[in-house]
Design a protein around this ligand. Structure first.
Ligand SMILES: *Cc1c(COP(=O)(O)O)cnc(C)c1O
Length: 416
């Protein structure tokens, strides 16, 4: 593609040449000619996954059959993959479990938190939280006799000053999934704790994208999906973190047989397994778990601080491209320019967001949009290059100036 700005092209080349993570891109099977900026919705295929899954299918399942639960360590996979994932979210071993969806893990964490704070009546969540987080806050609150209060992270201090004594749990995400704004996790965690409340962090847009020192923060619970920045594959199992200091006293809401202290004793009554294992519910989804386990090897030898530095360099560069190439074309950046408040994506508001994203996709630049008018460009330091972002900005400039897109909004029910 002809370059709209030789100076930006030169800068992209310099930044990419100096990038210590550049070789990590080979750990992903990205199709030739595609610029993939939607890894915050579905991470691309890691090169380690196909050979692992071939082995799991043909040798482990096909040949070893049921013996694999022991011989190929299927039984321990939820805890083993949990520990591997825990390394990326600052969790010492034994506190992270993988299995089920984020939605189920949210329910488990919210219920457990509510029961650890009996007598407190409020469950605080963000009015801008992802829908499933809001819906599950309502479900858990109804079951445990709590009331939900919608409080924006920036208003938490004022709210806690007035009603903090009644708050059982604060359920937030570090990242606003639409705007890419990053909240101050440490400050919010401390504020909730000062009020005697517990904190649940939804790390869907943070795990694998930046360091999240859960143990150091003294977070209580955390959840997150395996298929965004962790690239575990469509519908990959999600994770649940519960801080060790709660392990003696926490109660999970769904008492499945695999979370029993003696699952093969087939006892009449439930007795919880010690530690994080009591959050196991049913038979673990082995194909998804082992895909995720292979996917996580893409992080081998990678320091999360390096990931964060590169991610900020990428989003910074893209903001610069948009300022230079998209000025006066109706775009408004909604992602904070302040790096301390910026997650691993850049969101731009434009009235024709849907048509523009579709036009980009047709030209092999894959991003997404969030209704009604936000274009989202997710970057992943493991495989995104500065050059990718210049390609996206150049194409967006060309598509907008030539009007080569359909400005009609989407039909209801489409995946956007
Ligand atoms: C992606 C995402 C989810 C997804 O939940 P699933 O149960 O995996 O569908 C939930 N919460 C947040 C904040 C997300 O970004």
């Amino acid at each position: 593609m002809t370059t709209a700005s030789p100076a930006l092209a030169e800068l992209a080349a310099e930044l990419d040449t100096a990038d210590p993570l550049a070789p990590i891109r080979d750990r992903f099977l990205l199709p030739d000619g595609v610029v993939y900026l939607d890894g915050n919705s579905l991470g691309p295929l890691p090169a380690a996954v196909p050979p692992t899954i071939t082995d799991v299918l043909h040798r482990q399942w096909g040949t070893d059959l049921i013996r694999s639960w022991n011989d190929n360590d299927w039984w321990d996979a939820p805890l083993r993959v949990g520990d591997a994932l825990g390394r990326l979210i600052g969790a010492a071993p034994g506190q992270t479990l993988v299995g089920d969806s984020t939605s189920i893990q949210l329910f488990t964490a919210l219920s457990a938190a509510a029961r650890l704070r009996p007598g407190r009546e409020l469950l605080v969540t963000d009015p801008g939280h992802f829908p499933t987080d809001r819906y599950l806050a309502e479900s858990a609150a109804r079951l445990h006799g709590l009331r939900v209060r919608h409080v924006r992270p920036r208003d938490l201090d004022a709210f806690l000053a007035a009603e903090g004594e009644q708050v059982a749990v604060v359920s937030y995400s570090p990242v606003d999934y639409r705007t890419g704004e990053l909240h101050d996790v440490a400050t919010l965690t401390r504020a909730a704790h000062r009020a005697g409340a517990l904190v649940l962090w939804d790390l869907c847009h943070a795990a694998g994208a930046m360091p999240v020192p859960l143990d150091e923060l003294e977070a209580d619970f955390a959840v997150g999906c395996g298929y965004k920045f962790l690239s575990g594959g469509p519908g990959a199992p999600a994770f649940l973190y519960a801080a060790r200091r709660h392990h003696d006293s926490w109660q999970t809401p769904l008492h499945g047989w695999t979370g029993h202290a003696d699952p093969f004793g087939l006892q009449r009554d439930y007795a919880p397994a010690p530690g994080i294992a009591r959050a196991r519910i049913g038979t673990p989804p082995i194909l998804g778990l082992l895909s995720l386990e292979a996917a996580l090897t893409a992080f081998d030898g990678v320091d999360m601080a390096q990931v964060r530095t590169k991610s900020l360099s990428l989003t910074d560069f893209f903001l610069r491209c948009t300022a230079e190439l998209l000025a006066d074309l109706g775009f408004e950046p909604v992602t904070p320019a302040d790096p301390a408040r910026r997650a691993s994506q850049v969101s731009l508001r434009h009235p024709h967001a849907y048509g523009l994203v579709r036009a980009l996709t047709e030209q092999q630049v894959i991003a997404d949009m969030r209704a009604p008018d936000i274009l989202r460009f997710g970057v992943n330091a493991l495989y995104t290059s500065h050059r990718d972002l210049l390609t996206a900005a150049t194409l967006l400039h060309r598509t907008t100036t030539t009007g080569a897109y359909d400005p009609t909004p989407p039909d209801a029910g489409k995946v956007t």
